[in-house]
Design a protein around this ligand. Structure first.
Ligand code: AMP
Length: 292
């Protein structure tokens, strides 16, 4: 497995692989890898001839005051994990490799990718500028690595929808694959930010999954209106004193616009601050005939 820190090294390796006719897959990550990330990498290795994993804590998707500095960086363990899964290349650039002016020129870059509408609710509202940073770095990674297929987790459902939209609108010749959420045994969605939780907060973090389960129960029992579901989810979260709701929303699964009636497919998404960690989770409610 190659560990590349420069764009030139990546281009050289990818050109070689492409000349051999290999199908190239990309799994973009910010490191702090866990089984959620590894599920994407595993799938990429299964479906592609060449697996590139990027590990880059992207500064432009963090707002001032967010956790850029303290974000877990576990490169040694991450690279061991990628190697064990037979990934071919890790791209782990320094910030200046991606944003050459960062540090000296705060206006770097001057070109941004902004996806409209799909970013207008959910995390787009509570983290202004976040998806602009995500799209810009993913577009750069797409141009640097030029994968045939790229893998993203449904855990970050809005990110996945935004990247699909960007890929379509900008004609990137890349297939975007969404992968299911990997959870801990007790239902907590795996996240690098779970590391911020102490043992009491870890217990309270279960409120996200509990609220989603309650929503699912209500929908299965025939509830068709969104507001009672949102109210009930809010009540569930309120039972946990260290949890503070950022948003609970029900949106259509394509452009992520709020809906009032539950007509599948819809996405039920929430963000909750639990102690130091801002956690997100979601479920996709699909038409009953599409359930596996
Ligand atoms: P991150 O390193 O948090 O930016 O995540 C990198 C990729 O891994 C994104 O596409 C995430 O959606 C995905 N991912 C993170 N956590 C999970 C999870 N629990 N299950 C599935 N995919 C995940």
């Amino acid at each position: 497995m190659i560990i590349a820190q420069t764009i030139a090294q990546v281009r050289q390796n990818i050109t070689d692989a492409r000349q051999k006719g290999k199908v190239i897959g990309l799994v973009p990550t910010m490191g702090g890898l866990h089984q959620g990330h590894y599920s994407l990498i595993r799938r990429c290795v299964e479906e592609c001839d060449y697996t590139a994993v990027s590990i880059f804590v992207n500064p432009t998707q963090f707002a001032p005051g967010e956790d850029l500095k303290g974000y877990p960086r576990t490169f040694e363990a991450d690279s061991e994990g990628c190697k064990d899964l037979d990934a071919d290349l890790i791209f782990a650039p320094a910030s200046e490799e991606i944003y050459p002016g960062q540090g000296t020129d705060p206006s770097d870059p001057l070109t941004w990718i902004h996806v409209e509408k799909v970013t207008s609710h959910l995390c787009g509202t509570s983290r202004p500028g976040h998806f602009r940073g995500v799209c810009t770095v993913v577009a750069k990674l797409f141009n640097i690595i030029q994968p045939d297929i790229a893998y993203f987790g449904q855990k970050d459902a809005q990110q996945l929808a935004v990247i699909r939209q960007m890929t379509k609108d900008l004609n990137f010749p890349i297939e975007i694959i969404g992968c299911p959420i990997v959870r801990e045994k007790d239902g907590l969605a795996m996240s690098t930010r779970n590391k911020y939780l102490d043992s009491e907060q870890r217990k309270q973090a279960l409120c996200l999954n509990k609220a989603l389960k309650r929503a699912e129960e209500m929908i299965v029992a025939g509830q068709k209106n969104c507001q009672p579901v949102i109210d009930e989810m809010t009540k569930v979260i309120q039972q946990y004193p260290q949890a503070k709701v950022d948003y609970i929303s029900i949106v259509d699964s394509d452009l992520l616009q709020p809906v009032t009636r539950i007509v599948p497919p819809v996405l039920i998404a929430l963000a909750v601050q639990v102690g130091p960690a801002r956690l997100i989770d979601n479920i996709l409610v699909v038409p009953t005939d599409k359930k596996q």
